[in-house]
Design a protein. Structure first.
Length: 138
């Protein structure tokens, strides 16, 4: 289900607020309703005019990152071209990595991440997998 975001210009927002102000001054709505509707208009403007987050971008492209059903603490990256597992590992320090030793690991993923597979956050691993997945389209 794709969410449709209505784009609001600054002028449209100020027009809606002015209409709301007129209704409030004329006594057609109370203060609580006025504040609620004013907040809703500003939220709608902010949401429509802010850049998409990385999570929203990959979700829009149909890519998912979810908890693995096979192993506790692992996550499953399901891209357009690849599927890979990732997890947090630790020894003396803690890091995130793509699981290359899994039985059903994609050989392309193993070859790509074999030389460097050490990331500070889960988001860094997901971004690296996303970029690799995109490069396979070319």
């Amino acid at each position: 289900m794709e969410q449709i975001i209505e784009v609001m210009t600054f002028e449209e927002t100020t027009d809606q607020i002015e209409i709301l102000n007129t209704s409030y001054r004329n006594g057609k709505i109370g203060r609580a309703d006025y504040l609620k509707k004013h907040k809703a208009i500003l939220y709608k403007y902010d949401k429509a005019n802010r850049p998409m987050t990385f999570a929203e971008r990959i979700r829009k492209e149909g890519i998912t990152v979810s908890r693995s059903k096979k192993y506790v603490g692992w996550y499953e990256f399901k891209g357009k071209n690849i599927t890979a597992s990732l997890s947090q590992e630790s020894c003396e320090t803690t890091w995130w990595e793509v699981n290359l030793w899994d039985d059903d690991a994609d050989q392309r993923v193993v070859d790509h991440f074999d030389s460097y597979n050490h990331f500070d956050t889960k988001g860094d691993v997901v971004y690296a997998l996303y970029e690799f997945d995109k490069s396979l389209n070319k």
